[in-house]
Ligand binder design. Sequence first.
Ligand code: THU
Length: 132
Amino acid sequence: MDDFDLIKLANEAKEKAYAPYSKFKVGAAILTKEGKVFTGCNIENASFGSTNCAERTALFKAVSEGYRNFSKIAIVADSEDFTYPCGICRQVIAEFGTDIEVIVANKKLEYKVHQLYDLLPYAFSKKDIERR
Ligand code: THU
């Protein structure tokens, strides 16, 4: 699956966003190494801290279905700017490896490609716990 196909799936998932507070809709699509795609949207909550970002929704769907190896994630928001994953999402994705392509797209579906290890350098990981 190429980058733009993944962006289109993330853009469709964005329409399912539950964002009555921020009105900022985000969609994500994560591609597993087996070639399966899981999509997600942001899901807000009246208790704001309980909000789940689109990236984590997509990743949690994948992991809960038995998929843990990822090659790319695309993120699309209703914004002129590129929307980058928040710190929590960077850490959550990094749990499954920092060698993953992060594609950020704006509402015109223009996009940029990064590597997670560049967005989260010196990541804390399970290796740090094991090496104590
Ligand atoms: N949000 C995401 O879903 N992903 C991001 O990468 C950035 C932020 C959501 C969380 C919240 O519902 C809304 O955007 C505003 O912060």
